[in-house]
Design a protein. Structure first.
Length: 86
């Protein structure tokens, strides 16, 4: 997994958007990005349900929740709400 440094961090890294399974481009509409993120979160949730390994299930569920939360923030920003829930 290729990781990029987080500005101002102490060597912490985060996966790129492509590695998280979300393709972002400068020309992509915010609503489209939010929909794409919701779709990815749903796919991960379904994969978690099928996972037989408890650790893998937990990892997929967490990733699904994270992407779903980000999609809700993206959707709020797309609708003009400048104060998305945290």
């Amino acid at each position: 997994m290729r990781k990029r440094p987080v500005a101002g961090s102490l060597g912490e890294t985060v996966p790129s958007s492509e590695e998280r399974g979300v393709v972002m481009s400068g020309s992509q509409e915010p609503a489209d990005l939010a929909r794409q993120m919701r779709d990815k979160a749903q796919q991960l949730a379904e994969a978690a349900e099928r996972a037989t390994d408890p650790q893998e299930r937990q990892r997929l569920e967490k990733k699904s929740r994270t992407i779903r939360d980000r999609s809700e923030q993206q959707s709020a920003m797309a609708s003009g709400d400048i104060y998305p829930e945290k």
